[in-house]
Ligand binder design. Structure first.
Ligand SMILES: NC(=O)c1ccc[n+]([C@@H]2O[C@H](COP(=O)([O-])OP(=O)(O)OC[C@H]3O[C@@H](n4cnc5c(N)ncnc54)[C@H](OP(=O)(O)O)[C@@H]3O)[C@@H](O)[C@H]2O)c1
Length: 316
C-alpha cells in the first residue's frame, strides 16, 4: 500500500482528502502540530477501523520547524501539501506558512526520494497579486515548480476558487451572519463589498479531494497546474442571495465601497477570529474564476452546482 504524507489533514479540506485517500486504498501519514490529539480524535479512530489500525498515522511536526520534516517524509511515496492560512496570527505569517514552509517541505521530500508532490495553491495566485496571500502562494508554487522537479519528484499544483462543504468557514460564517433575526419582519442587513460584483466559481470540497487523490497515480497530471472550479460563475451578490434563498429570511443588501471595505478589514483583523481581513478584501476585488474543463475531464469531477451543494448542509 502506497504511503502518503498529508499536511493540513486536520483542516476543512484535509479531512475530506483523508477520507478520499483511504477510500482509494492509500495509507496516510498526517503531519500534525498536536499528533496525540489527532491520534485519539474520533474521526481518525473511525477511519482506522479494526482491520488496519495503522491505516492513518499521526506524526508530530510543524511546517515552521524544518527539523521536523525529514522524519515525516521518510518512507513516503507521495506528499500532499495542503497547509495554508487565510489570516496572519503571531508566527503564522503568509511569508512563513506559504513561501518558506513549502520550500522546506519540498526540500525534505526531495531528499527523502519522494516520487510525487501534490500542492494546494489558490486561484488568483500570481507574483504581482494585490493580496499577500496570493503573492506568497505564488512563491510556494515557484518552490514546487523549480525545486520539486529535480531528482525525479513529479509535481502537480491545484488552484481552487472558494471551496464549499459541510465544514467550510466561508459559507457557514456568511450563513450565520445572514440568518434572520427573531423579529416579526425577519429582516437582516448585510454589506456588499464593492457592490458585490466580483465573480466567484465555488467548487465542492468533495471534488477538490477527488482531484487531489486522482492526480497521484495519473501520469498526465505530472508537471501541470490546474484550476479547480465549479460549474457556475456567480457574483458575490448572487452567492449571498443563494445562501439566503436556501436558509430563508429576508436580507437588505447595501453597497460598501472598496475603501470602506478595506477599513472594515483593518478593524476586523484585530479580532481573534476575524470575519474579514484586509488580505481577503484585496482578494475579493479580483474575479476568482478559472477554466473548469481540464481538471473536470481528467479527474472525473462531479461539478455539483453551488445551490444544491449548500442545501445539503445549511438548515432552512
Ligand atoms: N477553504 C477554501 O475556500 C480555500 C480556497 C482556495 C484554497 N484554499 C487552500 O486550501 C488549503 C486548506 O484550506 P482549509 O480551508 O482546509 O484550511 P484550514 O481548515 O484552516 O486547515 C489548515 C490546516 O493547516 C494546518 N496548519 C496550519 N499551520 C500549520 C503549521 N505551521 N504546521 C503544520 N500544520 C499547520 C492546520 O493544522 P492544526 O490542526 O494544527 O491547526 C490545519 O490542518 C490552504 O492552503 C488554503 O489556502 C482553501
Amino acid at each position: 500500500m502506497s504511503l502518503v504524507l498529508l499536511t493540513g489533514g486536520t483542516g476543512f479540506v484535509g479531512r475530506e482528502v483523508v477520507r478520499e485517500l483511504v477510500a482509494k486504498g492509500y495509507r496516510v501519514r498526517l503531519l500534525c502540530r498536536d499528533a496525540e490529539a489527532v491520534r485519539t480524535a474520533p474521526w481518525v479512530k473511525a477511519l482506522n477501523g479494526r482491520e488496519d489500525p495503522n491505516l492513518i498515522e499521526a506524526v508530530p511536526g510543524d511546517l515552521l520547524d524544518p527539523a521536523t520534516l525529514p522524519a515525516a517524509c521518510a518512507g513516503v511515496d507521495t506528499v500532499v501539501h495542503l497547509v495554508g492560512i487565510i489570516a496572519e496570527r503571531g508566527r503564522q505569517t503568509f511569508q512563513r506558512v506559504h513561501a518558506e514552509a513549502t520550500a522546506h517541505l519540498v526540500r525534505a521530500a526531495r531528499e527523502a526520494d519522494v516520487h510525487r508532490f501534490i500542492h494546494m495553491s489558490a486561484l488568483g495566485t500570481r507574483p504581482d497579486a494585490p493580496s499577500p496571500y496570493h503573492r506568497t502562494k505564488w512563491a510556494a508554487e515557484e518552490s514546487v515548480r523549480n525545486e520539486g522537479g529535480d531528482g525525479g519528484m513529479a509535481w502537480t499544483i491545484f488552484r481552487p476558487s472558494v471551496i464549499f462543504g459541510p465544514r467550510d468557514r466561508f459559507v457557514n460564517r456568511l450563513a450565520a451572519f445572514l440568518r434572520p433575526p427573531l423579529s416579526l419582519l425577519q429582516l437582516n442587513t448585510f454589506p456588499l463589498f464593492g457592490g458585490g460584483r466580483s465573480l466567484l466559481q465555488p467548487v465542492s470540497v468533495e471534488d477538490v479531494a477527488r482531484a487531489f487523490v486522482a492526480a497521484i497515480p495519473h501520469p498526465g497530471a505530472a508537471g501541470k497546474t490546474y484550476d479547480l472550479v465549479g460549474p457556475e460563475r456567480i457574483s458575490l451578490r448572487d452567492l449571498l442571495r443563494t445562501i439566503v434563498a436556501v436558509q430563508g429570511g429576508r436580507i437588505l443588501f447595501f453597497p460598501l465601497p472598496w475603501p470602506l471595505a478595506r477599513l472594515a478589514g483593518t478593524v476586523f483583523q484585530l479580532l481573534p477570529d476575524p470575519l474579514v481581513t484586509t488580505a481577503q478584501v484585496a482578494m475579493l476585488r479580483d474575479d476568482n474564476v478559472g477554466d473548469v474543463e481540464p481538471a473536470a475531464t481528467l479527474f472525473g469531477l462531479r461539478q455539483e452546482p453551488f445551490r444544491d451543494g449548500i442545501a445539503r448542509y445549511l438548515k432552512p
